[in-house]
Ligand binder design. Structure first.
Ligand code: ZN
Length: 505
């Protein structure tokens, strides 16, 4: 086999970087659209984004990129297993093949349908009328099946869609991973619910001025390691983290003046995303090795800081004094123990995004099973509300009072994001296993957290996770970081430990 010239890899990477530079302009324009753009700018902004999306799509599917990939694939570096070059090739080729296999007609039809579908979903949710969304959901599922067929799969059409969010995963692999968790968690929730009274959490509904919440949140985010010199915090309707460049990763949030810790927990979550972005290797920016490993790994970083650190007793030992300073009236008469118990109340509810750590994954399993059934054709979109409510009853012994609090609550399917939901639970699983390994290796992590010493944990995550970008597939990354294959035992130990202690079960 003839070896390619030695500049084949740099040429490929330089091409990818230029594409990423164009895409990063879109990301900045989108950030501006959500934060500061006057509403009157919407039409022009739409044209700008469409133009850039066209440039990115042309470059991502060009014959030139195909040639660069082939040339780079013949270099000796690319033959080395698990080398950065092999990873860049693996990821670039997967995305290139996927894009090339999708007929232009399908891409355009999906873009149009999901734009309309999103609006129909908003209207249906507001009117609490599934009928308004049903025809769109039917079309979206049909087109997603077409997409899966075009991309190709071995076992289940779901696999073709899942690979976009979580490379290497399959429906069968997830079902196997989730099954033991599903039963044990349902059992844990039943035991917790049977145990009354629940810890009191009414003081969480005490208010505080936005300025105080912002001061508290900024201080904590900076102490755990989010670098404000390379980031920002702004206000949006829905919190997110956006990264328009290698040294520019921004957070947004909203303040709820009627509940003093709401905004803080969303900042902590988004700061976890931002810290990950800030730890990706800058020299590899724009290439796969400079990008987050997957949606699930991204979510593991936000949840590690939000839940594993931020809802622990040592964390509140550290931050209760600051909370008392920032929120003197909301914190009046509230002990550290009461605060800790209150941010961990387990309460089965209809809404996923309001769910606690114990019930959250059950909401995901329900969606995962329904997505699988819709995609395989076993469940017609028209039958979704009934199937949803039946599954919900089976899980929580509760019946959603209406579809707005049932199958219409999430935006994902209206946007064509089928296969996305499992990444939330994968994030919890990765986070649990990473945090357990960090505890083993770093000695007394609780004492460090109680002292506000977060650097060792951050350094550990930088070393084991952040610096690798997409070099390894998610399961491999977690295995290398923790020394163990991914399974649900660490998450179960964490949840059963935390809630049996709090609830005395
Ligand atoms: Zn997140």
């Amino acid at each position: 086999m003839a070896h390619a010239s030695s500049d084949a890899l740099p040429a490929l990477r330089s091409y990818l970087r230029t594409t990423a530079e164009i895409a990063s302009c879109s990301s900045l324009l989108e950030w501006d659209l959500e934060t500061y753009m006057p509403a009157t700018g919407a039409e022009h902004r739409g044209r700008q984004l469409e133009l850039l999306a066209g440039f990115v799509h042309d470059r991502a599917t060009s014959g030139q990129l195909g040639e660069l990939i082939e040339e780079a694939a013949r270099t000796p570096e690319a033959q080395e297993e698990e080398s950065p070059a092999a990873a860049d090739l693996r990821e670039t080729r997967r995305e290139y093949d996927r894009q090339r296999k999708l007929p232009r007609r399908l891409v355009e039809e999906l873009a149009k349908l999901t734009a309309e579908g999103r609006m129909a979903w908003v209207a249906a949710k507001r009117a609490n009328d599934f009928g308004l969304f049903r025809p769109f959901l039917e079309r979206i599922v049909a087109l997603k099946r077409e997409e899966a067929a075009a991309v190709g799969y071995e076992d289940h059409p779901y696999d073709a869609l899942l690979g976009y969010y979580e490379p290497g995963e399959t429906a069968a692999g997830l079902s196997k991973l989730f099954a033991p968790l599903r039963d044990r968690l349902a059992d844990l929730v039943r035991r917790v619910v049977a145990r009354s009274p629940a810890p009191l959490d009414d003081f969480l509904a005490r208010g505080a001025p936005a300025a105080a919440q912002e001061a508290f949140s900024r201080k904590v985010a900076a102490e755990i390691g989010y670098d404000f010199a390379a980031g920002r915090l702004d206000l949006t309707a829905h919190p997110f983290c956006s990264t328009p460049g290698p040294s520019d990763s921004r957070l947004t949030t909203r303040w709820n003046e009627a509940a003093f810790l709401d905004g803080f927990y969303s900042v902590l979550h988004e700061a976890g995303h931002g810290i990950y972005e800030q730890g990706l290797p800058k020299e590899a920016w724009g290439t796969p090795c400079g990008q987050a490993a997957s949606y699930g790994v991204h979510e593991s970083q936000s949840r590690l800081w939000e839940n594993f650190v931020g809802r622990s007793l040592p964390f509140w030992r550290r931050y209760a004094p600051l909370a008392r300073e920032c929120f003197p009236s909301a914190m009046r008469g509230v002990s550290v123990e009461a605060l800790h118990a209150s941010v961990n109340v387990v309460q089965p509810s209809f809404i996923r995004i309001e769910a606690d750590e114990a019930t959250y994954n059950l909401h995901i399993f329900l969606r995962f099973e329904l997505e699988l059934a819709m995609l395989s054709g076993d469940l017609a979109a028209a039958d979704l509300p009934g199937a949803w409510n039946e599954a919900f009853r089976g899980m929580f012994d509760l019946t959603p009072p209406d579809d707005a609090r049932g199958c219409l609550q999430d935006i994902h399917w209206s946007m064509g994001s089928v296969g996305y939901f499992p990444t939330y639970t994968l994030g919890n699983l990765y986070a649990a296993q990473l945090y357990a390994a960090a505890r083993r290796e770093l000695g007394d992590l609780d004492t460090r957290v109680a002292r506000g010493e977060f650097a060792p944990l951050l350094q550990w995550l930088r070393e084991r996770v952040h610096r690798h970008g997409k070099r390894y597939l998610p399961r491999r990354l977690v295995e290398l970081a923790t020394g163990e294959a991914l399974d649900s035992s660490a998450l179960l130990r964490h949840l059963e430990g935390r809630f049996s202690e709090l609830y005395g079960i």
